[in-house]
Design a protein around this ligand. Structure first.
Ligand code: ZN
Length: 69
């Protein structure tokens, strides 16, 4: 089963595991899209599941959404 994340835990995960910043301040579940700020300054939206499990931790400019492993 999925661990139940809090917004604080997600924020820490984002800070510790990427160069992006979390802008969303409320977390309602895995299907919710969260707003991130990429290291390049772009904002992007992604579910936390994709961010964490699919390693999509940058904006689509820095990391185009191709499934290359
Ligand atoms: Zn970027």
């Amino acid at each position: 089963m999925n661990k139940r994340w809090t917004i604080d835990e997600i924020k820490k995960f984002v800070e510790n595991n990427s160069e992006s910043k979390l802008l969303t301040t409320e977390y309602r579940g895995f299907s919710q899209k969260l707003l991130f700020e990429c290291a390049c300054g772009n904002n992007f939206e992604k579910t936390f599941k994709k961010f964490k499990d699919n390693n999509q931790r940058k904006c689509e400019v820095c990391q185009p959404p191709k499934t290359s492993r």
